[in-house]
Design a protein. Structure first.
Lengths: 386, 386
């Protein structure tokens, strides 16, 4: 085993947002040196890493030159230059997840076709290279309203996904490569985080249940464990492992799934990194997702994935009516509540629906946690200074 | 309430060791800006704060100039210039704990006399200005062997404390102001961490039990909750609150105590800051001690102090036979064990008995945690590179 702790070993992280910031708590805990590449000089990772570089994650030369300074390279955002990762791998720099895995995930059309090829259950879909192709398919009844429209690239936090109910709604869509997906009626949206280490050790976290904001299409509550039957949970965890192994994925893979009316599990999409649906783990799990990601990519033994207590996560998103210097109204009120921990990502400017932080609510009694979570949600507001 | 989160508010921390480092995880979580003053340019806090300054904590001008740049000032080590804290308080900079509180604690002679004055039970003692005074008292039978010798200043981690059994042992003692304390036979060494906020809200953590290394006089296991009767635990927590209130302390106060053969509780000594006996809280408690310290000094509501699960802490101290570039032998072995989290402080050089890190073991079953803690202790070794 390589000695990572208080040595000159260097971990590189592409992306310096909140996921990277929370990863840095863990590299600090292990005293592992980190280099971060990120376009925004004021990003949450600007401190707590050993070396911060401002640069374009999609630029081949920038990524290759950055990667050459580290021993292992990972990313906290999918939008990175894949050719650069391939070049670095050729030069002997370990990149986890690999370029080959990321390539199958980065484009949602490729991702969906991958599920089809590997007999991984997923909603039916068609890929269209242009908006014109999509409208032609609609005219020829090859696609019918309502359907789920997804941009194949650049989707994030509810951007790039819409439910299209009629012809008029098509006007708002950009001319981009896209998927039209059958709208599947479902009971629950679930997620399972799989950790898979470089040498193939695999562990799954308990199934979490997600509730989305009705209009902003962002996760509102993540509830762990999901309030579903054990048999469904077992099926979901097994499917998540199958997905991870099919991708030959190393690191964390968040597998988002639908539980249909008939208790079928369909894979919706995956994220090859720590994920919003795993934030609860910082307070609730024996090993939080960020530590687990570090363990997995450095081929250290994986930690216990079970929970100490029930956990619920509430996203702190910018109020729809506010833009400007952020104020967390009533934060002292939620800090009085039992088992409540706010996480502030460090973005100075709030914007409508911008992800500014999250709050975790833990409790031995999950129903009690859910009640407190609602009080949290009704109390705190992310607004701007008057 | 002042708005601390993602604003220009600045918290100053005197001292940049491991306690400060763990405090910085929490300031990062809340996105509170921090300035750190520390003599060692390679200290654990050198990254993750917003501004790091190298300087002498005992130098009046250095501390005053540093303090003028912040809004609230705290410390993670007691050895700081008290006159500088007083000057800063005069200038309107909030310093928590206050200079007046620290003054009563920094010198162990003054601390012990404070207990006497406030009817806080503590072992009998005499203060001596010089070694000569002590030997004279021994010759005149005013002090008898065996007794506990304590330097009134500069004691830390077992340094500055000895049990003196006979005349020969006196030879090893320095000529310094000291205390001679009655050696009290005790069942347990206990500790209670009290959090007291600027506006007077008080909470105590559960009582922990400490086991010391037989020769190095450093804590070996900290066990939470202590395996003692509820009535004793209640008495210890009440006494800890009394101590905190007597000191008019703001922030965290770790109160170390003896449980005597008759279940009396005697205060041994206090530390006005996060403490080794509270490290278990990072994994085991609803609110860890570092977050709690930040909450207390910023007059935010205090968090829940109870535990999610049983917690045991093992210190990682340098092996007696090793000095040089550190290697954590068998760290991958302990990382395989259930609920085990290593914390590496980030000191590159190990020395005999140097505090290099700690390991937390959490489990719903405390007896199981204790078993795993022993496996941890028997597995990991802090050695130097060959």
């Amino acid at each position: 085993m390589i000695n990572y702790f208080s040595t000159n070993f260097k971990l590189g992280i592409l992306g310096g947002g909140q996921l990277g910031k929370m990863m840095l708590y863990e590299t600090r805990k292990y005293d592992i040196q980190t280099n971060v590449l990120e376009p925004n000089p004021e990003a949450p990772c600007k401190i707590a890493c050993d070396y911060f570089e401002t640069g374009d994650l999609m630029d081949f030369d920038t990524v290759v030159n950055f990667g050459r300074k580290v021993d292992v390279l990972t990313f906290e955002i999918e939008g990175v230059n894949i050719e650069a990762l391939k070049q670095l791998a050729k030069e002997g720099i370990k990149t986890y997840p690999s370029a080959e895995t990321l390539e199958k995930i980065q484009n949602k059309g490729i991702q969906k076709n991958f599920y089809k090829k590997h007999q991984i259950p997923t909603a039916d879909f068609e890929v269209f290279a242009t908006k014109k192709e999509l409208t032609t398919a609609l005219e020829n009844d090859k696609v019918n309203f309502p359907f789920v429209w997804k941009s194949t690239t650049g989707g994030y936090d509810g951007k790039g996904v819409s439910v299209i109910k009629n012809k008029e709604a098509l006007n708002d869509l950009p001319d981009a490569e896209c998927i039209a997906e059958t709208l599947v009626p479902f009971k629950n949206e679930l997620a399972v985080i799989v950790a898979r280490s470089a040498s193939g050790e695999v562990k799954t976290y308990p199934v979490v249940e997600m509730e989305f904001h009705p209009t902003a299409n962002q996760v509102e509550y993540v509830i762990c464990p999901a309030r579903i039957e054990d048999s469904v949970a077992t099926k979901a965890r097994k499917l998540a492992v199958k997905v991870s192994e099919a991708f030959e994925h190393v690191g964390l893979l968040a597998v988002e799934m639908f539980q249909t009316e008939n208790d079928e599990i369909l894979v919706n999409e995956v994220a090859p990194r720590p994920h919003n649906s795993g934030h609860y783990s910082i307070e609730a799990s024996y090993t939080n997702q960020f530590e687990q990601h570090i363990r997995a990519i450095l081929d250290l033994p994986l930690g216990t994935t079970e929970s100490k207590v029930g956990g619920i996560m509430v996203n702190l998103v910018g109020d729809a009516a506010h833009e400007g210097d952020v104020v967390y109204e009533n934060i002292e009120k939620i800090m009085k509540m039992t088992g409540v921990t706010p996480h502030i990502y460090g973005k100075k400017i709030t914007r409508p629906f911008r992800k500014m932080g999250h709050v975790t609510i833990v409790n031995k009694d999950l129903a009690e946690a859910r009640k407190i979570a609602e009080e949290v949600k009704n109390s705190i507001k992310v607004i701007s200074k008057k």
